[in-house]
Structure formats: structure tokens, C-alpha cells
Design a protein around this ligand. Structure first.
Ligand SMILES: [Zn+2]
Length: 381
């Protein structure tokens, strides 16, 4: 029988959801990557129905594409090439992200001061929010605002704490003006700084807040709290979702996530970096490699450590089975990782139309049209 006839028979016999045609012009409410349909723009309603996939790590992907400088990691690309940012948002949605998160990571006063662009603070935040909102509303994905580590937090310095509060207040305000569906506040090495971000969000908005800590090499935050302890404090302060993002790969984040899941009642978030971290080098900043003279591979020598899609899919299944519903991948993630994560949760985003089918491969294919001269050569290919 010709292969095409076989493939036509297949859908009736398959248990999984039938393949949907690719959505070219998604209408509001019918998200390209929306998993929990009918829950609208309410994050908590979507989480009540099932997992929510959130692509993060934009700055690393833009760095790889040649539009952002490693080191400073400030997304000046928002001004230089806004179309690239928009396309990246769309690529992640196409791959299965349920969220379009505004690229305001490191677009705060302190970071812009470091690169001498403080005067661009307001228009750069507004550009990030405008681009993300546009993609979110076109695709039916959730529109998230973003606050992050300021790098100046010092619990012993009252004026520094005041500066941090001012940074969070102004960025949260612009996000509220833009109409975000919820907030992400992320990558905090200090639990106390995360609490300040949450307080700033609560002061100006009633939308849900997802607060995630970034754990470095030690299994405690910089003030010495365990991740579970930090998350209990965040939940008590009103966070809707708590958890971890960045720094740790799946292998070294997972044990900490289990301790958090056991300690809190609210939803838990897990967004590891897609790198093969180990017990002795548990964060991506601690990884060393011969390609870098056995020194630190972060940030541009990390390629040998990149997780495969199967490893990210394993992480997705393991985390979901552990009761974690807000799932994503942080710095280093490409759209292929997000697709693997979405598929591990039973999703079929538009990009899955092109997921691998080795039956058609020139040497390894099983399709009857692949000639014997090719399949015979398989072991030598
Ligand atoms: Zn990250």
C-alpha cells in the first residue's frame, strides 16, 4: 500500500488529539499555543485547567542571533531591531508558549545606567510592553509584565533598598498602564528583593504575580533562606505562583522544586536553564569546560552543555508529575526546547507540524519509497 494511504487511515486509530491545521492569523482567544482553552486571560484559571508553558530566556537567544551583547545583556535590540524581538515572541508562541512576556528584563534604571542609556528608560520599557502586547493579543496568549534582579540590592544599605523599591515601582507602573494580564518577577538571588518586587506589584495592581528565585551554586538564597523557606514567605506575602527560574539546569533544579512543592499550597513555577548542570557545578555560571581553558564557560562557551530536546521533555514530564504546573525554560532556551516542553505536556503547537519524522529520512527512513541502495548504506552513514 502506498504510504499516503496509510497516513490517511492513521487519525481514526490514534488516541491523541487530531492534528490541527496551522493557524496563520490567530483570532483573540484562540491562542496559537493556548493549552487551557476557555480560561481567557486569567492565569490562575488556566493553571486550574492544566499546565501553562512560558518561554523565557529571550536575552540569550537574541545574543546568539547577533542582536544583543553578552555581558551587559541589555536588550537594546528593542530600539535597534524591534522586528527581531517581535519575531522571537512569535517563534516562541509558534513553538508552544502560552505566554508572551514583555522583554523588560534588565530594562531597569540601574542596568541602563551601567550602559549609559538611562535617558532611554521609559521609551525602552514602553517599546518592550507594546511589542509583547501586540503579539499576545494577536495570538491569544497571556501578556505578562516582567520585573527582575536589580543587582544593587543590599539589605544593610537603606538607600540601596529605596532605589530598588523605586525601580520596581516605576517598571510595575508602566506594565500596568500597558494592561498586562499578570506579572512575572524573576531571577532574584535575594529572597528579600523578591519580596520587594512582589510588594511593588501588589501596590499598583490586582493581577496575579508569579515570583521566582534564581538559585546560584549554594542551596540557599544570599540571605541564607532555603528555596522552600523563601517561597513560603512569598506565598504568605500574597504571591500567586512561586518557584525557581534560571541558573540551574533541570538536574540540579528538580530536587529544590520538590522541596518547594511540599512546602507551599499555591502553584509552583519551574523554569530551568537548558544546560547539563551537575552536583559539583550546579549552576550554569559554575560550569567549566576545556573549550574555555577549563575556566568558566558562561556565557558564550556553554554550547557543549546544551540539553537535548529529549532532556527538556523529560524535565517537563517529571515536573508536571511532581505537581508543578507553571513550566518554562530560561536563558539558553530556543524554540525547539519550548516545543519539546509543550509536547511533553501533551500539546500540539503549530510547530509540531514539523516535529521529526525519520520515516522519510534518506538513510534511516522506513518509508517504502526509500531505495535499498540507501538503507543498505545505513550502518556506514
Ligand atoms: Zn535566565
Amino acid at each position: 500500500m502506498a504510504p499516503i494511504s496509510r497516513s490517511r487511515r492513521k487519525p481514526a486509530a490514534r488516541k491523541s488529539a487530531p492534528r490541527r491545521p496551522a493557524v496563520r492569523k490567530p483570532k483573540p482567544g484562540k491562542g496559537m499555543g493556548a493549552g487551557a482553552r476557555g480560561a481567557g486571560r486569567d492565569l490562575l484559571a488556566r493553571l486550574a485547567k492544566g499546565p501553562v508553558v512560558c518561554a523565557e530566556g529571550y536575552v540569550f537567544e537574541l545574543e546568539r542571533r547577533g542582536y544583543l551583547q553578552a555581558g551587559a545583556f541589555v536588550p537594546e535590540v528593542l530600539f535597534d531591531h524591534p522586528e527581531v524581538v517581535e519575531q522571537l515572541h512569535m517563534d516562541f508562541v509558534h513553538a508552544g508558549s502560552d505566554v508572551t512576556q514583555a522583554l523588560t528584563y534588565y530594562v531597569h534604571r540601574e542596568k541602563l545606567r551601567v550602559i549609559g542609556r538611562e535617558k532611554d528608560l521609559v521609551p525602552m520599557n514602553r517599546a518592550a510592553l507594546r511589542i509583547a502586547r501586540s503579539v499576545a493579543r494577536r495570538s491569544g496568549t497571556l501578556f505578562a509584565g516582567d520585573l527582575c534582579n536589580t543587582n544593587i540590592f543590599d539589605p544593610s544599605d537603606k538607600s540601596a533598598v529605596k532605589e530598588v523599591e523605586a525601580i520596581f515601582a516605576e517598571q510595575a507602573g508602566w506594565a500596568v498602564e500597558a494592561g498586562v494580564d499578570y506579572f512575572v518577577a524573576e531571577t532574584f538571588a535575594w529572597g528579600q528583593e523578591a519580596l520587594l518586587a512582589l510588594a511593588a506589584i501588589k501596590r499598583c495592581s490586582k493581577v496575579p504575580a508569579v515570583i521566582t528565585i534564581g538559585m546560584h551554586r549554594e542551596d540557599v538564597t544570599r540571605e541564607g533562606w532555603t528555596p522552600a523557606e523563601a517561597c513560603v514567605r512569598l506565598e504568605a506575602a500574597g504571591a500567586d505562583v512561586v518557584g525557581l527560574n534560571c541558573h540551574r539546569g533541570p538536574a540540579t533544579m528538580m530536587p529544590l522544586l520538590r522541596s518547594i512543592r511540599a512546602a507551599v499550597r499555591c502553584h509552583v513555577a519551574a523554569l530551568p536553564v537548558p544546560y547539563r548542570t551537575t552536583p559539583t557545578q550546579p549552576s550554569f555560571m559554575s560550569l567549566t569546560d576545556p573549550c574555555c581553558g577549563n575556566e568558566r564557560a558562561f556565557p558564550v562557551g556553554l554550547d557543549p552543555f546544551v540539553c537535548t530536546r529529549a532532556e527538556i521533555a523529560d524535565f517537563g514530564r517529571e515536573a508536571f508529575a511532581a505537581g508543578i504546573r507553571y513550566l518554562g525554560v530560561c536563558c539558553g532556551a530556543g524554540p525547539h526546547h519550548i516545543r519539546a516542553l509543550a509536547e511533553s505536556l501533551g500539546r500540539h503547537p503549530p510547530a509540531s507540524r514539523y516535529s521529526a519524522d525519520m520515516s522519510k529520512h534518506a538513510y534511516f527512513g522506513t518509508d517504502k519509497q526509500i531505495r535499498k541502495i540507501q538503507t543498505d548504506y545505513r550502518s556506514r552513514a
